[in-house]
Ligand binder design. Structure first.
Ligand code: UGA
Length: 469
């Protein structure tokens, strides 16, 4: 079978590489010539564990190739997979420009019966609308089957998720197309991974229902964390105990600054928007959006309540990516937080193991440094916003000595509270301390820091700090 995958983002590239791994002949197409040149030179344009090996192996085996020339790539294909980006627009609308262009370009170049697979996340009802549109722009004797095949892989563990999915969803109304798609996923079905065959509408609904449920779980635990802050309970214990209930399950119960990324925020909004267009109010979806917006605002409010006025305060930011193990800052809570802190007059110095370059493009005004120590040096507070493993293994006694005030706000509950307490840090987290206690602690620390400053000659600050880029 020959498969053309259009779009080499993390979904398209991973799907293409994995289909090749399953033994199919795959061409990955992208309009971005630079990306294709990189791929042809053996470079991987995205940060994904295991992807480089997979690409190298399948290119060497002659099963996988890359092209920016769609008219050359498409002829002879049995299957065309559309995996282009479908970014969100304001009001929950989705930008389908790339999606439409990819389909019309594919259809302009086919020479035989084709299965058109929609892997991009598209608004509810898109497959049906596409079927009508395709009928209008192709010859009546041209057979095109539309299949909805949503993807559930996560950035950062995309290859592993693709090769070990919980289920495969194939939606469509053509028996021929469903049979061929089962063949494509044959190696996974042989390993007893369930395949759900259904209609296009149901497949689309499954994708949105899944992402919205994950968003709901995160927002639920975040709300519980906020309640814990008010009542002095510990959300990490609550989540652990909740997860022991097999009806609830332990995953996606980590409280934090709210969910981000290019999928969950956009998909919940799109789901709410689609339901509104059909005259139904999706109340829970609206509540998730509101709870998630509150959560990142609450981080800024907490920093303000801990430090008082932010004008001139030095704030160290640990983590910019929307989650660990990715360099993606789209809809990252950290990006919102740094913008607000900077806007309030704070001197923000940030470090992320992978995401500083994209963060700098979005927020050039703050200082980006090369390690966590440089970020914390002289800081009045360190705010951890992404749970990179690297942060768990820092030399915190060194950080304690270098900070102006040893205050850590661990929004992800990622650090060892007891260890930091023993070192003399004032430690705040999400859902693990009451605000009343926090204020008291901070006042004590500020008084100690004032004494420290009086006792010592003033430290030289500014450009002498190592690692600033
Ligand atoms: C998400 C889904 O998990 C995938 O199944 C789906 O395929 C993908 O969207 C998509 O639609 O393409 P992803 O955006 O890579 O994957 O990220 P997640 O791992 O779901 O994390 C999303 C956000 O939720 C991150 O900001 C993360 O930090 C946050 N999160 C996650 C929490 O705050 N707490 C948790 O317990 C889990």
């Amino acid at each position: 079978m020959k498969i053309t995958v259009v779009g080499t983002g993390y979904v398209g590239l991973v799907a293409g590489a994995c289909f090749a791994e399953f033994g199919q002949k795959v061409v990955c197409v992208d309009y971005d010539r630079q990306k294709i040149s990189q791929l042809n030179a053996g470079e991987v344009p995205i940060f994904e564990d295991g992807l480089e090996d997979l690409l190298t192996r399948n290119v060497a085996a002659g099963r996988l190739s890359f092209s920016h020339d769609l008219p050359v790539a498409v002829p002879g294909s049995d299957v065309a997979v559309i995996a282009v980006g479908t970014p969100g627009k304001s009001g929950g609308e989705t930008d389908l420009e790339h999606f439409h262009r990819a389909i019309s370009d594919v259809l302009a170049n086919i020479d035989s019966r084709l299965i058109l697979v929609i892997k991009s996340t598209v608004p509810m009802g898109t497959a049906a609308r596409t079927r009508e549109w395709v009928k209008q722009i192709t010859n009546p004797d041209q057979r095109i089957d539309i299949v909805s095949n949503p993807e559930f892989l996560r950035q950062g563990s995309a290859v592993n998720d693709f090769l070990n999915p919980d289920r495969i969803i194939i939606g469509g109304d053509s028996r021929h197309a469903l049979r061929l798609m089962r063949e494509v996923y044959g190696p996974l079905e042989k390993r007893n991974i369930p395949v759900v065959l259904t209609s296009n509408e149901t497949a689309e609904m499954i994708k949105y229902a899944a992402n919205t449920f994950l968003a709901l779980k995160i927002s639920y635990i975040n709300e519980i964390a906020n309640m814990c802050d008010h009542f002095g309970a510990d959300v990490t214990k609550v989540a652990e105990a909740l997860g022991m209930d097999s009806r609830i399950g332990p995953s996606f119960l980590e409280a934090g600054p709210g969910f981000g990324g290019s999928c969950l925020p956009k998909d919940v909004k799109s789901f709410v928007n689609s339901s509104k267009k059909r005259g139904y109010t999706f109340r829970l979806g609206k509540a998730i959006i509101s709870a998630n917006a509150y959560q990142r605002r609450a981080v800024v409010a907490k920093v303000k309540s801990l430090l008082g006025s932010l004008r001139g305060k030095r704030i160290a930011i640990l983590g910019l990516a929307f989650k660990a193990n990715t360099d993606d800052v789209r809809e990252s809570p950290a990006m919102y937080v740094i913008k607000r802190l900077h806007h309030s007059g704070a001197k923000v110095r940030a470090y992320d193991p992978a995401a500083s370059a994209p963060a700098r493009r979005e927020v050039p005004r703050i200082q980006y440094v090369n390690d966590a120590y440089a970020a914390c040096d002289g800081a009045d507070i360190a705010v951890l916003l992404t749970a990179w493993d690297e942060f768990r293994n820092l030399d915190f006694s060194r950080i304690h000595q270098s900070m102006a005030q040893p205050i850590i706000y661990d929004t992800r509950n990622a650090l060892n509270r007891d260890q930091l307490g023993k070192l003399g840090f004032v430690y705040f987290a999400t859902g693990r301390a009451t605000l009343g206690d926090a204020k008291q602690h901070v006042e004590t620390v500020a008084a100690v820091a004032r004494k420290k400053r009086k006792a010592k000659p003033a430290r030289k600050r500014g450009p002498a700090i190592a690692g600033i880029n």
